[in-house]
Ligand binder design. Structure first.
Ligand code: ATP
Ligand code: MG
Length: 195
């Protein structure tokens, strides 16, 4: 029994070692965190924190302004992370497409600067997927900016319903599935947990 286990583990280790050895390329990654479950933005911010902990330069663009300021902002700004937050014109509540488009395009224009800046190692584009879904910004423009970014720059895109072409372009894609959420049982959004 024990021997069997040992053998199995050794086999697994050999396989993993082989794969680690064959992964030699080093370059910036495009990561997409999508799906309906909770954990997309927190994953993106977690990665930013991880990068900053290693002394890398990071920037965050938030494409949807929530009702509350997110807790990560102050912490990460204090750590030197640049934040671009979409103007007050845009929240889920607005029904003014023209105003929203202007706000989205302003943030997208700042994003394009970041995607040309070699000094920025990691860029988090939080809730970008909706800007593409609602056609506030052009998919072709997004794809081209991502393809032409500095070779070593990592980009993380979060948001539900990510466009198929962004998923195809990405190196790593995770879909967060909702199994249950406290909100469904009447629990309101909790400070420090939900924002
Ligand atoms: P988080 O920021 O907590 O990682 P998220 O980025 O995955 O969440 P969003 O779709 O951006 O999720 O929604 C943000 C807010 O909605 C958060 O307060 C989150 O807790 C809440 N939320 C996320 N998923 C669900 C869900 N399946 N049902 C209800 N509320 C949700
Ligand atoms: Mg989110």
């Amino acid at each position: 029994m024990t021997d069997n286990h040992k053998q199995r583990m050794q086999k697994l280790k050999d396989k993993v070692d082989e794969r680690i050895e064959s992964a030699t390329e080093e370059r910036g990654l495009l990561i997409v965190i999508t799906g309906n479950g909770k954990g997309k933005s927190t994953s993106g911010f977690g990665t930013v924190a991880r990068a900053v902990g290693h002394g890398l330069n990071a920037a965050v663009v938030q494409f949807i302004k929530g009702t509350w300021a997110c807790g990560e902002r102050q912490l990460l700004e204090n750590a030197g992370v640049k934040f671009e937050v979409m103007g007050t014109g845009f929240t889920w509540n607005t029904q003014d497409k023209e105003k929203d488009t202007i706000a989205a395009q302003k943030s997208w224009s700042k994003t394009k600067d970041l995607l040309q800046d070699k000094s920025i190692d990691v860029v988090l584009l939080d809730e970008l997927t909706y800007m593409v879904a609602y056609k506030y910004i052009e998919l072709a423009d997004v794809l081209s900016a991502l393809k032409n970014r500095p070779i070593n720059q990592h980009v993380i895109i979060t948001g539900r319903g990510c466009h198929r072409e962004l998923i195809e372009l990405a190196d790593t894609v995770s879909e967060v599935q909702s199994v249950k959420h406290a909100f469904d049982n009447g629990v309101k959004a909790q400070k420090g947990i939900d924002w």
